[in-house]
Design a protein around this ligand. Structure first.
Ligand code: FES
Length: 143
């Protein structure tokens, strides 16, 4: 498995290591230890798995088997939220270019066949928004 970039010097990782280090070195602390890393980092990088295995003196395979067995534990780094802005002709003429430049983390998409509502924006849940202005788009992105 290819791991996403992880900063092992981060404050959150340090705090998680301290909290896990205080747990008793018992097998039944495996899930609580992984939950601490999940809560602090929002995912379980390889370094967290190794730390838990070393602290609890368990084989990596056992730690991985628990880490992959619970849906609330995530071995992949969460992807940042992305907005999609339609760059079809109608949306472009209605100001989609301004929407693209007014916020970060935006991806351009093709016509969504809602040209009467241009410019159109789509969120990560595939919810469509029409007649979007730079003001309300910036407001949504902040949330
Ligand atoms: S051009 Fe954007 S919905 Fe058609």
């Amino acid at each position: 498995m290819k791991e996403e970039t992880f900063d092992s010097t981060s404050e959150a990782f340090r705090e998680a290591k301290i909290a896990v280090g205080k747990l008793p070195k018992k097998r039944d602390q495996l899930l609580p230890a992984l939950e601490i890393f999940q809560q602090k980092l929002h995912w379980l990088p390889e370094a967290s798995i190794e730390y838990v295995a070393n602290h609890l003196m368990l084989p990596l395979s056992e730690v991985y088997s628990i880490a992959t067995g619970y849906s609330e534990l995530n071995l992949l780094k969460p992807t940042p939220f992305k907005w999609h802005v339609c760059m079809g002709v109608a949306c472009d003429l209605a100001g989609a270019s301004e929407l693209i430049t007014c916020v970060d983390n935006v991806e351009q998409i093709d016509c969504q066949f809602l040209c009467a509502l241009a410019p159109v924006v789509v969120d990560q849940h595939e919810q469509l928004y029409g007649r979007v202005t730079t003001d309300n788009f910036q407001e949504w992105v902040k949330k």
